[in-house]
Ligand binder design. Structure first.
Ligand code: ZN
Length: 417
């Protein structure tokens, strides 16, 4: 055992010592018996651009996810987000998508004893039994398919099990909440006919339709089109924090009717109104600082990656005080009350929010604190298990069943011709 590894274990031990003051034996037992599924982490950016190894034991690493941190927080399955930055990967979205998918597989092959690729509910359960982290793949942003339904199918074959119809950018077939008020962007009033075809093809393949990031009208078009329950892989409640990335109560009720699940995002600007306002107030200056850095790199003839932007964004995020964990719990509680406890889960956005998570949540190792906070709010062990993964697994299974049914129907249809 290297000294490095020893000091990391000491760190984990000392932080679990801190838990012992805040996380009760009962909460710990409930947490330990759950299959915990998180539906959104941007760690693949680190795999690809930083050569980050998920097996790291570096105690100074500021990332939210490592195999040690996942183990300490009993994280069972992570949906690794594949995001082609529309700015820095413009003109080669598909290549960036393939490269990032490869980066997730490479991590799993480096650590076969502690991590495995997973493509189904059965795989997640198998990984849980083998005490391995199940690594799943979700695409963030429909622009990755480059308007080609064949690419969508190729992504499914490579293991992609959800796709957000848009990221913060409106693409050629789905409006985004990120630029819906920008008159310079050509919008479609929701989903185009091709966008609706994409939704139905996702249903047929067994890829979850993810409505995080989309404009409100796109959301309602997707709901009217889909034959399977939808997910919001990382969105919170707009009634509490007035951000267009969050969902209105009407949308929450609509997801409940659809049978889907809303996975609460941990990002401070989505869960705390004071933080959101402070972030909004400095937005112009922060963006200018990022643009200045990009211009500097370009002038020097250096490539620009997401990490160059993230470094500046972290500096700006650190200027605003972190909100308490209560802010996140309020969102989970609100969604559970409005949509129902069968329609709420967790979509952390780990490694994608420039470090801006609530107090007490510094990495996946801190997930037991959420269990304690939910217990304190009167949630039962059964409800906590639903929130931590049970609901998502139910929806994923339904999506698989709809796919089997649609493919069976296709076989019958083609047999008649
Ligand atoms: Zn996102």
């Amino acid at each position: 055992m290297s000294l490095f590894r020893f000091s990391f274990l000491a760190l984990i031990l000392s932080s679990s010592l801190a838990f012992s003051q805040t996380v009760s034996p009962r909460a710990r037992a409930i947490h330990a018996s759950a299959i915990i599924v998180d539906t959104h982490a941007d760690t693949p950016q680190r795999f690809l651009y930083e050569n980050y190894d998920i097996g790291t034991t570096d105690p100074k690493d500021i990332g939210h996810i490592s195999l040690d941190k996942a183990r300490a927080g009993n994280l069972g399955a992570e949906f690794f987000s594949i995001w082609a930055d529309p700015e820095t990967t413009s003109g080669h979205f598909a290549k960036s998508t393939f490269d990032m998918i490869d980066a997730v597989y490479e991590q799993a092959s480096r650590h076969p004893k502690r991590m495995m690729m997973a493509f189904s509910v059965d795989d997640i359960e198998r990984a849980h039994q083998q005490k391995k982290l199940a690594a799943l793949i979700g695409i963030e942003g429909g622009h990755s398919i480059e308007n080609d339904i064949r690419l969508l199918r190729d992504y499914y074959r490579l293991g992609v099990r959800y796709m957000t119809l848009s990221w913060s950018n409106t693409n050629e077939w789905a409006d985004s909440s990120g630029d819906i008020d920008d008159p310079k962007i050509e919008h479609h009033n929701g989903l185009t006919d091709f966008g609706k075809q994409v939704v139905l093809e996702m249903n047929r393949l067994g890829m979850m339709v993810d409505i995080s990031h989309v404009a409100d009208k796109t959301f309602f078009d997707a709901i009217a089109t889909t034959k399977a329950p939808v997910i919001a892989s990382h969105s919170s409640a707009r009634a509490l924090t007035n951000h267009p990335r969050n969902m209105t109560d009407d949308m929450l009720r609509t997801v409940a009717k659809n049978g889907g699940v809303v996975q609460a995002n941990f990002y401070d600007a989505f869960i705390d109104e004071d933080y959101r306002k402070a972030a909004d107030a400095q937005k112009k200056d922060a963006e200018a600082a990022v643009e200045a850095r990009i211009a500097e790199l370009k002038t020097a003839g250096k490539p620009v990656t997401y990490l160059d932007k993230d470094k500046i964004e972290r500096e700006w995020a650190a200027k605003i005080p972190r909100p308490p964990l209560k802010s996140l719990i309020d969102h989970i509680d609100h969604i559970a009350k409005v949509a129902g406890v069968d329609h709420i889960g967790l979509g952390s956005d780990f490694d994608g929010v420039s470090g801006a998570t609530p107090e007490g949540i510094d990495s996946a190792a801190d997930l037991p604190r959420i269990t304690q906070a939910l217990l304190d709010r009167g949630y039962s062990a059964e409800d906590i298990h639903k929130i931590f993964g049970g609901n998502l697994l139910r929806v994923f299974r339904q999506v698989e069943n709809v796919s089997h049914k649609m493919q069976g129907e296709n076989v019958r249809t083609s047999a008649r011709h």
